[in-house]
Design a protein around this ligand. Structure first.
Ligand SMILES: NC(=O)C1=CN([C@@H]2O[C@H](COP(=O)(O)OP(=O)(O)OC[C@H]3O[C@@H](n4cnc5c(N)ncnc54)[C@H](OP(=O)(O)O)[C@@H]3O)[C@@H](O)[C@H]2O)C=CC1
Ligand SMILES: O=C(O)CCC(=O)C(=O)O
Ligand SMILES: [Mg+2]
Length: 739
């Protein structure tokens, strides 16, 4: 493997479309510094194909890009630019399978239930692809996410819209008060390396070993349980309260990343909300394969197999429920898609900040925004949103022109905390006890459980914690900013973590630094009190708070988390540069298909690639790579200053136009710099051509807008076909080819 290789990921949806236009720019420039950008396909479609590769004919086999990159992350040479990918919910996974089957791949259907060995094998293969299956594998380091100074400066000068907050807003967060993960969490730190067993003890005393877990010395192991009965009671009470108070009801989960536990929670919300329907048609639904964990969409999908009259009857029964329940938040009011239709439509990290930015309102049936009860059942992290809402009610909305920033240092490496919980999460089949037993037979933790409860264990290894503390201190020192470790005395996991934080802080010179440890509510209030005074505060948090906060603050500060610099310094010395902190923006693809306009902002890619070049330059003493990086950063600054980022609507500059401007400014910077004469000479003609041809190129790009675009595939895109749509300017293409 050449050290001069950067692996650029091909993912899904909007970022994959953007790649068709942007990668040719990066590749053309990189080659002048002897850098190769290798595209590695980790899209949902390719991951499905890879996991069935042994069963596919030779011409349909694909390389397992994720496995390749996963191995690469463990080496010091790793230099990966990672774009957001779909973490597929079951409905998305089945849609992708269907598309691939239609394209001629003889893939098996997803088995709804798996009794035979063959079905079990198929299900296990698909389970590997389901949900957040990429990030936990590639993130072999902790996370450093921040808004670069140029981006923050731009947001201050060009503030995004912010919904007004009124003191009279009745929006709030509703969560369980008992029986959730928060109230049941137990945690231990292993004093020696050993294998422990997760066991289920039935009421008759029989013991079933669910799993053996090899643990390292110093590893933290947690276990916790959600009571199914209390969860359902909570949903019912919450719905009744919302109905009485005449407030919209809106569920916010992360069924994608928490791929085992949250779809089950989502399913309970669906069956409680539509209780009348599920009571009446429960047996029938079972027969036709309705899975409430896949949302109301599953009902509409599966009843298609029934006679028309019966379908109509069920549809009417669903409609009748709406009059007995509070108004339900909508995902797409024009199409009648509710918050309970598909588990991956409303994803809490992005959906709660969007609600808070929008005056605490969600969209209703009438297409208008209304105050809402935001339902986030488990209290562990839900409370930070209530605190933010309280703050906005008291102090009004945040002001992007003056507010400070909250960068994050997140514990994430080696599947830390909830990230690694999926293969240790169980929907309990019968009443009994779930317990963890050590090698000597001592019971380390145990929970009394009932049928339907959701029990899980999480692991956090010592080395990642030590690295995370170091990263927190380093960021505090480098940016001269107070850093707060968010740790809660009420959580036993955090108490174990805290001992290590206090220990490992001693390994660093912290003189002159402001480093604190605070419980979540205080930490967020402290950060927000500082933010409105224009002051910055680093949040040093566990994995889920990392995820939540790196959407929450960017969306309030910058309008989107796409503008974040997201670095993963890997434990083994390599680096992964993630683009932005958000997702793959499915809505953007819809707009491209309808009117050939892609509003995806590639700023995250620009920032990530600059750091990737810089790191490669440092590691390989490649001076040209460093010059490319410096000039790319300057070009990005200029692009912001001159307002050449994509606008939202047809007629403006879209993703492709912003790529052209980036290339033009980048070439201009390279031609003008004096540290590398060879590069300056090489890029001068390109800078001239692009500058001279600006009007022509912009016109060629604008010409295609406004008509439908055919992508020939949603999940399994053909990059050459997509390039026809995404590279419509012959003049620009020729200029790049001439390098
Ligand atoms: N790192 C990763 O791999 C991540 C992957 N995901 C995956 O992404 C998918 C969508 O998740 P979702 O929660 O809807 O979050 P997204 O971040 O994709 O979308 C939320 C909204 O943010 C705005 N947005 C996000 N990125 C950009 C960008 N680059 N340019 C302009 N606007 C942007 C868009 O708003 P508007 O419509 O107003 O333009 C978009 O509709 C899911 O499949 C999820 O699993 C999610 C998070 C991280
Ligand atoms: O892996 C995922 O599903 C989502 C990751 C995410 O949202 C994040 O890292 O911010
Ligand atoms: Mg996120």
């Amino acid at each position: 493997m050449s050290n001069q290789t950067i692996y650029y990921t091909l993912t899904d949806e909007a970022p994959a479309l953007a790649t068709a236009s942007l990668l040719p720019v990066f590749s053309a420039f990189a080659k002048e510094a002897d850098i190769e950008l290798k595209l590695t396909d980790i899209s949902l479609a390719s991951r499905i194909l890879a996991s069935f590769s042994d069963l596919l004919p030779a011409d349909q086999k694909v390389e397992d890009g994720l496995q390749f990159l996963g191995e690469l992350t463990l080496t010091p040479e790793a230099n990966i630019v990672k774009l957001p990918n779909i973490s597929a919910s079951l409905p998305q996974l089945t849609a992708a399978i269907k598309e691939l089957q239609a394209q001629g791949y003889a893939l098996p259907d997803y088995p709804e239930s798996a009794e035979t060995a063959e079905a079990k094998d198929i299900q296990a293969r698909y389970a590997k692809v389901l949900g957040s299956a990429v990030n936990p594998v590639l993130r072999q380091g902790n996370s450093d996410r921040r808004a670069p100074a140029a981006v923050k400066g731009f947001a201050r000068k060009n503030p995004h819209s912010m919904g007004k907050w009124k003191k009279t807003s009745v929006s709030h967060v509703d969560h369980m008060r008992s029986g959730d993960f928060y109230s049941t969490e137990q945690s231990v730190t292993m004093d020696s390396a050993q294998t422990v067993n997760i066991e289920f003890v039935a009421q008759d005393g029989s013991v079933e070993v669910k799993k053996s877990l090899p643990l390292l010395e110093g590893e933290i192991l947690d276990s916790m349980n959600i009571s199914c009965a209390k969860l359902r009671e909570f949903f019912e009470a919450s719905l009744q309260e919302a109905k009485e108070d005449n407030i919209m009801w809106s569920l916010h989960l992360k069924a994608t990343m928490m791929k085992v536990s949250h779809p089950i929670v989502f399913g309970h919300a669906v069956t409680v909300f539509f209780k009348d329907v599920f009571e009446k048609y429960g047996e029938l639904f079972k027969e036709i394969g309705v899975n409430p964990n896949n949302g109301l969409g599953s009902v509409y999908d599966k009843i298609k197999s029934l006679p028309e009259a019966q379908q109509e009857e069920i549809k009417q029964a669903i409609q009748a429920v709406y009059s007995t329940r509070p108004e339900l938040a909508m995902v797409d009011s024009d199409k009648g898609i509710t918050n309970l239709h598909v588990p991956s439509d409303v994803i809490v990290d992005a959906s709660m900040p969007a609600m808070i930015r929008n005056s605490g309102k969600m969209w209703g049936r009438d297409g208008k925004a209304h105050d809402a009860k935001a339902v986030i059942p488990d209290r562990t992290y839900a409370r930070i949103y209530q605190e933010t809402i309280n703050f906005c009610k008291t102090n009004g909305e945040f002001d992007p022109t003056t507010m400070g920033t909250v960068p994050n240092v997140g514990l994430m490496a080696q599947k830390a905390q909830e990230y690694g919980s999926h293969d240790k999460t169980y929907e309990v089949a019968a009443a009994g006890t779930m317990r963890v037993v050590d090698a000597q037979g001592n019971v380390l933790m145990e929970h009394a459980v009932e049928k339907g409860d959701i029990w899980r264990a999480c692991q956090t290894k010592d080395a990642p914690i030590r690295d995370w503390v170091k990263l927190g201190v380093t960021r505090a020192r480098q940016s001269n900013t107070p850093a707060v470790f968010w740790l809660e005395e009420e959580r036993s996991h955090d108490n174990e973590l805290r001992k290590k934080v206090e220990l490992y802080l001693q390994e660093h010179d912290t003189t002159g630094l402001d480093i604190r440890i605070m419980p979540y509510n205080e930490a967020i209030r402290f950060s927000m009190e500082r933010i409105i005074r224009g002051e910055d505060t680093i949040s040093v948090t566990g994995n889920i708070l990392r995820d939540y906060l790196t959407d929450l603050f960017p969306i309030l500060e910058l309008g989107t988390s796409a503008k974040m610099l997201s670095i993963v310094p890997m434990l083994n010395g390599g680096g992964m540069y993630e683009t932005g902190a958000g997702g793959s923006a499915p809505k953007h693809v819809q707009q491209l298909m309808e009117e050939n306009y892609l509003r995806w902002d590639s700023l995250g890619e620009f920032l990530a690639v600059a750091v990737s070049f810089e790191e490669l330059g440092i590691k390989n003493s490649n001076e040209k790579a460093k010059v490319l990086a410096e000039c790319l950063d300057k070009a990005t600054g200029k692009l912001l200053d001159t307002n050449k980022s994509p606008s939202r609507k047809v007629g403006g500059i879209d993703n492709r136009g912003s790529h052209f401007y980036l290339a033009m400014y980048w070439a201009q910077e390279l031609a003008a710099q004096t540290s590398d004469a060879e590069l300056a000479a090489k890029f001068a003609p390109l800078a001239k051509t692009l500058t001279d041809q600006e009007t022509t190129i912009v016109a060629e790009l604008a010409e295609v807008q406004g008509k439908a675009a055919n992508l020939a595939g949603y999940y399994n895109i053909n990059l050459e076909e997509v390039a026809k749509v995404m590279r419509p300017s012959a003049t620009f293409n020729q200029a790049l080819a001439s390098l």
